[in-house]
Design a protein around this ligand. Structure first.
Ligand code: XMP
Length: 325
C-alpha cells in the first residue's frame, strides 16, 4: 500500500543515487508541484540544489516577494530571485493576439532561463515537477537515443510554447513522476508545506498577461493586480476558496460610462471569473452568494481607480474556457 512516508524515503534514496555529488537546477514557480519538489530535493541533496525564481512581472500582487520570503526565511531554502520584469514587458508591448503573447512570454522565459543557468551553473540536472498525467502525455520530455534517459525539451510551466535549445536539454530529475495531483498535495503536506501552497489554485505560466485582454500596459497591470487582490481577499474571507478551482479578475480593454459622486466616469470594466472544476478540463461557473459578488464589486469600483464597472462571467467550460485568452 502507498504511504507518503514510504514514498518520501524511497524518492530521497533514488534522487541521491541518481545525482551523486552533481548540481541540480530547479525553476520554482510557487505552485504546489515545484514547491513540493523543492522541499523534497532540499532534503535529499541540500545545497547541491539551486532554486531559481523568474519574476516576469505578471504575477499577482505581493506574490513574488511573499514566495521568496516564505522559502528563505520560513523554509530556509535559498532562492535565486531573478527580476526580469522590464524584459518581459518589452516583449509584449503592442501585442494583442493571445497566442503571440504566450509565444513571446514563453520564448523570453527560455532566454532568461538560459542566461541565468549559464551564470549560476554549470548544472548536470534539471528538476521538473512532472506528474503522472504529464508523463502519459509525454509532452515535456524526449528519450535520449544514446543513453535511453529522459531529457528535458520543454519547461513545465510553459509547456505550451517553444522548446529548449539543445544546450539546455539537461538530464532530468523527476521524483514526482508517478504521482497524481492529490498525492503531490499529500507529499507536500507531509514535508511541511503550508496549506497556502498545498491548496493553492492553479495559476497559468503567462500569468496576468493573459488576463488583460488586448494590449498590456503598466497601467492596466496595476489596475488588474489591485482588482485581483480584492477578489482573493474576499474569497478567502468568505471561506469559499476551497470550493473553487480558480477565482480571479480579468481586465477588458474597453471603457464604459459611469457616475461617481457628481462626476461622470469613463473607465474599464473588470470581469469576475469564479469556477468550480475537477481537473480544469471542464468547469462550471460558481453559484456564489450575491452578497459576496456585491462586496467584491463595491470594493473594486471604490478602491481601484480606472475601474467603474464589474461584471460576472456565467459561462461554463465548454463552450467557454476558464481563462479569457
Ligand atoms: P482554459 O482557459 O484552457 O484553462 O480553460 C484550463 C486550465 O489551464 C490553465 N492555463 C494555463 N496554464 N499556461 C499554463 O501554465 C497557460 O498558457 C495556460 N492557459 C490556461 C488555466 O488557468 C486553467 O487552470
Amino acid at each position: 500500500t502507498w504511504t507518503t512516508a514510504a514514498f518520501v524515503d524511497e524518492a530521497i534514496r533514488e534522487v541521491r543515487a541518481k545525482v551523486g555529488d552533481k548540481r541540480v537546477l530547479l525553476a520554482l514557480s510557487g505552485g504546489v508541484d515545484s514547491s513540493t519538489l523543492a522541499f523534497l530535493l532540499h532534503q535529499a541533496i541540500g545545497d547541491q540544489l539551486t532554486c531559481m525564481f523568474i519574476d516576469q512581472g505578471f504575477m499577482r500582487k505581493y506574490e513574488p516577494e511573499r514566495l521568496v520570503k516564505l522559502f528563505q526565511e520560513q523554509f530556509h531554502i535559498p532562492v535565486v530571485y531573478v527580476n526580469a520584469r522590464e524584459r518581459f514587458l518589452a516583449q509584449v508591448v503592442g501585442i494583442t493576439d493571445p497566442e503571440e503573447k504566450r509565444r513571446r512570454i514563453g520564448h523570453e522565459f527560455i532566454q532568461v532561463f538560459e542566461e541565468e543557468s549559464n551564470r549560476l551553473g554549470p548544472f548536470d540536472y534539471l528538476a521538473q515537477g512532472t506528474l503522472y498525467p504529464d508523463v502519459i502525455e509525454s509532452a515535456n520530455t524526449n528519450i535520449d537515443p544514446k543513453t535511453g534517459e529522459r531529457v528535458a525539451v520543454k519547461i513545465k510551466s510553459h509547456h505550451n510554447v517553444g522548446g529548449l535549445p539543445p544546450n539546455l536539454r539537461f538530464k532530468l530529475v523527476e521524483p514526482l513522476r508517478k504521482l497524481f495531483k492529490d498525492e503531490v498535495r499529500e507529499v507536500g503536506r507531509s514535508l511541511g508545506l503550508p496549506d497556502e501552497i498545498v491548496r493553492r489554485h492553479p495559476f497559468p505560466g503567462p500569468g496576468l498577461a493573459i488576463r488583460i485582454i488586448g494590449e498590456i500596459t503598466p497601467e492596466r497591470l496595476d489596475i488588474l493586480r489591485d482588482a485581483d487582490l480584492i477578489v482573493r481577499q474576499e474569497i478567502n474571507r468568505s471561506e469559499t476558496y476551497h470550493q473553487l478551482w480558480q477565482a480571479f479578475a480579468v481586465l477588458l480593454p474597453v471603457r464604459s460610462v459611469g457616475v461617481m459622486g457628481d462626476q461622470r466616469t469613463y473607465a474599464y470594466p473588470i470581469v469576475l471569473r469564479l469556477v468550480s472544476s475537477e481537473d480544469g478540463m471542464t468547469a462550471d461557473w460558481s453559484r456564489v452568494p450575491y452578497e459576496l459578488l456585491e462586496t467584491i464589486s463595491n470594493r473594486i469600483v471604490n478602491e481601484v481607480p480606472g475601474v467603474n464597472r464589474v461584471v460576472y462571467d456565467i459561462t461554463s467550460k465548454p463552450p467557454g474556457t476558464i481563462e479569457w485568452e
